[in-house]
Design a protein. Structure first.
Length: 125
């Protein structure tokens, strides 16, 4: 299986964790804090995604602290992008933040894959 397909499959696992935590918090706590719930779910999904990508997809075992830091930086760029997207779509288009969050997944996937492949998991890293 090519890296991008496995990256997407692992991404689905991370997204399910992210959405699960986001929806649990959103449905059970104050809905006004949806961006905070988004960040919490995103972070947990990111940690899980890094673990599976480093172990099973890119199969790297060296410089894991550096690679995790790079992965977090790339994920932070994705988090900022998706947070702005969710806020703008939810606020200006008056869409449910849960739907806006789903739409944001498509916005950040390609960018994060490209950056992670080049900087986080390359053999030169």
């Amino acid at each position: 299986m090519t890296n991008i397909l496995l990256y997407a499959l692992i991404g689905v696992v991370g997204v399910l964790v992210d959405l699960g935590l986001f929806n649990t918090l959103y449905m059970n706590l104050d809905k006004n804090y949806y961006l905070l719930y988004h960040a919490a779910g995103y972070f947990l999904g990111t940690v899980i995604s890094f673990y599976f990508n480093s172990k099973f997809n890119f199969k790297v075992t060296t410089k894991l602290k550096y690679r995790f830091a790079a992965f977090l930086l790339v994920s932070f760029i994705g988090l900022l992008t998706s947070t702005v997207f969710i806020y703008l779509v939810s606020y200006f288009m008056n869409l449910d933040p849960r739907f806006s969050k789903l739409l944001s997944l498509f916005v950040v996937f390609a960018v994060q894959y490209s950056l992670n492949k080049k900087f986080t998991f390359s053999n030169h890293s």
